[in-house]
Design a protein around this ligand. Structure first.
Ligand code: ME8
Length: 547
């Protein structure tokens, strides 16, 4: 990392900005944690990285939610944005900005973006009639509308076939973005960048939409319908469509309109990854690139479109109310265990059902019984000194040769040597879940190694040189595993990984990706203890099962 050019563009990752019509749930936390893990991984490798999260505050949905509570919209937004910001803090999201679409610089960026679109002749005024869904904040074509019946009231209503949310018929004059003019450019871009969307399977949906459903986009609403939004520059009878407003947040963070191509190292645009849920794929993979292409701005490098958390197999959503409060979950399980669960079990391709038993099972097996147990077994024993084992191995300087004849040990060395590079490849996809699974597998193997080698028996024969060798090497490999795994877990479980590295006595400046290699550090092994303490706290204490 030290060899990177000084002016390299910072890595820039984003989350969606969330509607403030209701409080956050674990689905929102999932996007935040995914983005955070990506950012922290880059930081670990020595790259400057930026993360932006925030709230989407304009639009009919928020306007109505505020009216329902009889609170002025700005105050309603302040109250709810604070909840998302609080979640970001509690979830240890290392964000560089919490952006709000009511921020002044964002409003200026949106107005300027509009101005440029108009300059290019890509905005025109016309009558618009169609089915609008307030919940999804978008129009749906006739072919995507169906009749539905409310199971409680029996009332029949028209809804989107895609989301099941209610639509209403709207006829009005408004401004349109000539998106159809970008059709060929979009299709050409997709063809040239088949891995732009992760998972790749989602690309088909996007291409299909552009090929078969692309129409010009209605990008404003009359003020008497939508007053809570940014006014159209030069026409204050119209308000800018909330999705156009919202998407531009990614550029605001990068300094637009002061940001221009060539200033990549300043603001970070183009984003390296937009983390989104699959529910907003079309907005990010059709509308957003169309808007950027319209202004000849570079497109984001990649879109990570993750699957959903469900409750009893139904999408967790604010409108259904079947949500888990992430703050309660963090209080109950601890933030690191919660982050671990979300990444380890959360889906990118397939939805995951949120389940406390699964969470608790993983905690017990992998964290308490796996990582915590390995730490205890090796570090707490009075039968040996891990520091001495490390010094012993360092003195011999022939790790590869010494373990050559031992399958379990040489396997562990090989696994440790490839762990960093392989996890790095998976993070580049990005597939944090795969990286985390791999890290945990290597940890599990070390527990197996300890069970097989039985250092507690080897320690009984200090005069047998073979046993002494085996004792020192098994302790060393267990310690190396903990050290390397501890370093690589930092992006996933920032506070527990730091605790683990403290217990191992790994100094602060030796916790980088470059140190996650066999033999990169021989100076660790004596725990850093808080003043006045003679032993460290258990890394993963038992948690009560409340079920
Ligand atoms: O769509 N599982 O905001 P939103 C996983 N303001 N992730 C989930 C989820 C679930 N059950 N439910 C929500 C908006 N999410 C717009 C975005 S961006 C320029 C504007 C996450 O509050 C997921 O990331 O409805 C999803 O895409 C996002 O929250 C939708 O949040």
């Amino acid at each position: 990392a030290t060899t990177r050019p000084a002016l390299e563009k910072p890595y820039y990752v984003t989350t969606p900005i969330f509607y403030v019509n209701a409080a956050p749930h674990v689905g929102h936390m999932y996007s935040m944690v995914l983005a955070d893990v990506l950012k922290r991984w880059q930081t670990l490798t020595g790259r400057t990285a930026l993360l932006c999260t925030g709230t989407d505050e304009h639009g009919i949905k928020v306007q109505r939610a505020a009216a329902l509570e009889e609170v002025p919209p700005k105050q309603f937004c302040d109250d709810n944005a604070a909840k998302f910001e609080h979640l970001a803090e509690k979830a240890l999201i290392d964000h560089d900005r919490f952006i709000r679409t009511t921020d002044e610089d964002h409003i200026a960026a949106v107005e300027y973006f509009w101005f440029l679109l108009r300059e290019k002749g890509l905005i025109y005024e016309s009558k618009h009639a169609g089915w609008y869904c307030v919940s999804d904040e978008c129009f749906y074509p006739e072919a995507m509308i169906e009749k539905k019946q409310d199971p409680f009231t029996g009332q029949v209503f028209l809804a989107s076939t895609e989301t099941g949310n209610k639509v209403e018929w709207i006829e009005e004059r408004n401004y349109h973005f000539r998106m159809t003019a970008l059709k060929d450019k979009l299709l050409d871009f997709y063809a040239k960048n088949p891995d732009w969307i992760v998972p790749v399977s989602r690309m088909n949906e996007v291409v299909d939409w552009v090929q078969n459903h692309l129409v010009d986009l209605s990008i404003s609403r009359p003020v008497d319908r939508l007053s809570w939004g940014i006014r159209v520059p030069g026409d204050h009878t119209q308000t800018i469509y909330v999705w156009v407003d919202a998407l531009i947040n990614y550029l605001t963070m990068a300094g637009f309109p002061n940001w221009t191509p060539g200033k990549e190292q300043d603001g970070g645009w183009p984003a390296d990854v937009h983390v989104i849920g699959k529910d907003i794929l079309r907005f990010h993979c059709v509308y957003w690139p169309a808007l950027l292409l319209a202004l000849d701005l570079p497109l984001p490098q990649r879109v990570l479109s993750h699957a959903h958390w469900t409750m009893d197999r139904r999408k967790m959503s604010k409108s259904l109310g079947n949500v888990v409060n992430p703050l309660f979950a963090i209080d109950r399980w601890g933030v690191d265990a919660m982050r671990f669960y979300m990444i380890y079990n959360g889906g990118i391709v397939e939805d995951s059902d949120y389940n406390n038993d699964t969470l608790l099972g993983g905690y017990k097996k992998l964290l308490q019984g796996g990582l915590g147990n390995l730490t205890n077994r090796i570090i707490r024993s009075k039968k040996w000194s891990v520091k001495e084992a490390i010094t012993f191995v360092r003195g011999r300087g022939s790790l590869q040769d010494d373990v050559k004849g031992d399958k379990i040990m040489s396997n562990q060395v090989a696994l440790l040597q490839s762990l960093g590079p392989k996890a790095n490849e998976e993070m580049a996809v990005p597939n944090p879940s795969a990286a985390l699974h791999r890290i945990m597998e290597v940890m599990t193997k070390a527990n197996f190694l300890v069970s097989e080698k039985k250092p507690w028996e080897l320690a009984n024969e200090p005069s047998n040189p073979d046993k002494v060798m085996a004792l020192n090497y098994s302790l060393y490999l267990a310690m190396e595993t903990l050290r390397i795994v501890g370093i690589l877990l930092q992006p996933f479980m920032p506070s527990k990984a730091a605790e683990l590295l403290d217990i191992l006595g790994v100094s602060e400046d030796k916790r980088t990706f470059q140190h996650a290699q066999v033999g990169a550090d021989f100076d660790f092994g004596a725990p850093f203890l808080e003043e006045g303490k003679s032993a460290w706290e258990t890394l993963f204490p038992p948690v009560l099962a409340l079920n």
